[in-house]
Design a protein around this ligand. Structure first.
Ligand code: TC6
Length: 682
């Protein structure tokens, strides 16, 4: 039946299809449930309820997705319009049945809205989820009370506490949706479904259901995910709410959920996690480059070097369906490298992370070669060879003569001057840095290094490509170590000085781990290899690291580094390392003193913030939040602290400045000014 009249209330309109009222929200880009949408929905539901000729209602969205959640940009601001929990309750209480018709993603408040509806139908490609926990929150519009009642404690824990969405099929199997629609016939199928259920009584309401308490499932879940969730406040609150769904009445459960939600909403963790949500999306925007800049097509990629880095880089593209030509100097190295890639894929398939046929599919897109000439028709070539300027210069000179005009040439250097590399070509406008982090097929961060002459469309193309290969990319300027490694340097220098002054590797690492870092500087050195960057002359011992390297204490791989390791790679403090450190103290005439944890924080973490401020002053990062993104995605900075620049803000910039001054560091001008004015670093 065709629609008879259309009513519009802000971003929400209604259309009558006989006795079914179809309510359509249209609020690009993702139909977030902002005040105008909520008010429009409330008005539309009221319209349907008030009209006795309406037997059922359908709620759906225009655009690319069903409601992707509450509008995060409204959080922390005064509430406008009908609150989302009230809207969901009102829909659930409607005497006229409501069907949620889902495409794209029903996330967070969007999923909770669907739970308030009486029936749910979704296209097969749809996803449903409650990712609030990733924003340091919980599903605070009744989601923690309704979801367990509908799908049981086990699946509710997975969805609410881990924040992972489920496919429409899984949702159907779990009872979260009632029916699958045709991929392209959602509205028609939803209307037909609405007619089918229109007369059914009683109207099914999730609030009326009961879920059995399942303490065992909660205990197992907690134990299984303890490590992953440690340090975060929201997961525990989510678990408590899921437990409450079984233990309390619906009304009490809702009240409990509200209290827990408000505690999280007003805490620093959620503020940090929401900051990162927007920071990540902001990072994709390039200052001074028109977002409409036409991009260069990238259909084929070349990678030079089939070592750990080159192989990992190549895998990103293969996994995204982009053919790769990989070049090595020797047949043996080429075979070893491609063998490692295949084994990595197979290990992922064995763990069920990728489909069983994915390794063959990916590897079929790979062309191994011993000749640079094989790169002639690539649209992008990424060099991942030994970190040596003369080697890179020679290589880029050769590439310039081989690779087709218009192709982009990228270096994976971690420190070297991209402008100097670009100058070895006739096309410096086509050259930039693509600094991947190891393991390159896993780590999400990509620093895209903009050279002095890099063309805007080259930069824009690589930033867009990063999204295609599911990286979080950040634009960096040309400076030693770019953003991340440059900030690592003062931390490293201070950590080593602290050892000489009286701290132990264990103490410094403990402070960093307690802060939330996955490991401390010395644990990291042992994992990466104490010999990395070592001059390889065992007679030249200038610092503790040289002494360890000279003794073959190269870290975990040798069973000894800053720590001793057993055969299961479990670390214990090393008496030998203590002896070595003592030796350095004696020869420097240093009397060890007790070092406080606070001093370690100031000297290893405040100094990073200071370096970040310098990076901003020099224009080497576009914005402070980009620096935060680098540290979250490249170095495991705890997301609930929002990255170093955000954390400095929560710590108090004046405290950071005072700490730096106390230990004699020259404070960056911008940091001092921001602290003085009570402003944020931008
Ligand atoms: C919640 O629901 C709490 C409920 C309890 C209440 C009591 N709000 O990611 P994209 C913006 S908490 C505001 O690039 P995609 C985003 O910033 C929420 N804005 O797109 C970006 O803006 P820009 C729970 C939002 O296609 C633009 O939309 N929900 C929101 O790669 C495009 O985003 C979530 O956590 C929002 N909720 O991915 C879901 N969502 O263009 C969060 C997006 O100005 N969203 N924006 O930079 C997502 O996961 C993804 O956006 C996506 C689409 C999967 C929906």
């Amino acid at each position: 039946m065709t629609s008879q009249s259309i009513q519009q209330s802000g971003p929400v309109r209604t259309a009558r299809h006989g006795d079914v009222l179809v309510i359509v929200a249209d609020s690009p880009p993702v139909n977030a449930l902002g005040a105008a949408v909520r008010d429009g929905l409330e008005a539309a539901i009221k319209e349907g309820v008030a009209d006795s000729s309406i037997a059922a209602m359908v709620v759906r969205c225009d655009g690319r997705t069903f409601f992707a959640g509450a509008d995060i940009s409204e959080f922390g601001k005064p509430l406008r319009g009908v609150p989302l929990p009230d809207l969901v309750n009102m829909i659930e209480a409607s005497p006229t049945p409501v069907v949620a018709a889902i495409h794209g993603s029903a996330l967070g408040g969007g999923c909770e809205m669907a739970l308030g509806c009486h029936y749910r139908i979704a296209v097969p490609s749809a996803k449903l989820g409650t990712p609030e926990v990733k924003l340091g929150l919980l599903p605070g519009a009744g989601g923690t009370q309704r979801l367990p009642r509908l799908v049981g404690t086990g699946i509710a824990l997975e969805m609410i506490v881990l924040g992972n969405p489920v496919s429409a099929q899984k949702a159907k199997d779990a009872g979260l949706i009632d029916r699958l629609a045709g991929e392209n016939t959602l509205e028609a199928d939803a209307i037909a479904f609405a007619r089918e259920i229109a007369g059914k009584r009683p109207i099914p309401r999730v609030r009326d259901r009961h879920v059995e308490a399942d303490a065992a499932a909660i205990a197992v879940f907690r134990a299984e995910h303890r490590r992953k969730l440690s340090g975060f406040d929201a997961p525990e609150a989510c678990i408590a709410c899921v437990a409450a769904a079984a233990e309390r009445s619906f009304a009490d459960g809702l009240a409990f959920e509200r209290d827990e939600f408000m505690k999280l909403m007003t805490g620093t963790q959620s503020a940090a996690q929401r900051h990162i949500f927007f920071a990540e999306r902001q990072a994709a925007k390039i200052d001074g480059v028109d977002p409409a800049t036409p991009l260069r097509p990238i259909a084929k990629v070349g990678v030079i070097g089939a070592g750990t880095m080159g192989g990992g880089i190549a895998m990103n593209f293969l996994s995204a369906g982009v053919p790769v030509t990989i070049v090595e100097m020797q047949q043996e190295a080429l075979e070893r490298g491609t063998g490692v890639m295949r084994r990595n894929y197979e290990a992922s398939a064995a763990k069920g992370r990728i489909p069983a046929d994915a390794p063959d599919k990916a590897m079929a897109l790979l062309t191994p070669s011993l000749s640079l000439d094989a790169l002639a028709d690539c649209d992008l070539v990424i060099e991942a060879v030994y970190e040596d300027m003369s080697v890179k210069k020679e290589l880029f000179g050769k590439l310039d003569a081989i690779v087709k005009p218009g192709a982009i040439l990228a270096s994976n250097t971690s420190y070297l001057n991209v402008d100097e590399i670009a100058a070895c070509t006739q096309r410096p406008q086509d050259v930039l840095g693509m600094h991947f982090f190891s393991p390159a097929n896993v780590m999400k961060l990509l620093e895209v290094v903009r050279g002095a002459k890099t063309a805007p469309d080259v930069l824009a193309t690589v930033m867009a490509l990063a999204k295609r290969i599911r990286k979080v990319a950040v634009v960096a300027g040309v400076c030693h170590g770019f953003i991340g490694n440059r900030m690592l340097m003062p931390r490293q220098v201070e950590a080593n000085k602290l050892l000489l002054e009286g701290a132990t590797p264990e103490q410094i690492d403990r402070v960093h781990v307690a802060f939330g870092m996955p490991m401390g500087p010395f644990q990291m050195a042992d994992l990466a290899g104490v010999d990395i960057g070592w001059h390889r002359d065992p007679t030249r011992i200038e610092n503790i690291r040289d002494a360890l390297a000279a003794e073959g204490r190269w870290g975990q791989k040798k069973g000894a580094g800053f720590y001793d390791y057993d055969d299961k790679r479990r670390p214990t403090p090393s008496p030998r390392v203590a002896e070595i450190i003592d030796g350095f103290r004696t020869s420097a005439g240093t009397k060890p003193r007790a070092i406080s944890d606070g001093e370690i924080v100031a000297r290893t973490l405040y100094t990073m913030v200071n370096e970040g401020a310098l990076i901003l002053e020099e224009g080497m990062a576009q914005r402070a939040s980009d620096i935060d993104v680098v540290w979250i995605y490249g170095y495991g900075w705890p997301v609930y602290r929002g990255g170093p620049m955000f954390w400095a803000q929560t710590e108090g910039l004046d405290k950071v400045v005072a700490g730096l001054e106390r230990y004699g560091f020259p404070v960056a001008r911008s940091l001092k000014a921001a602290a003085g004015n009570g402003e944020a670093l931008k």
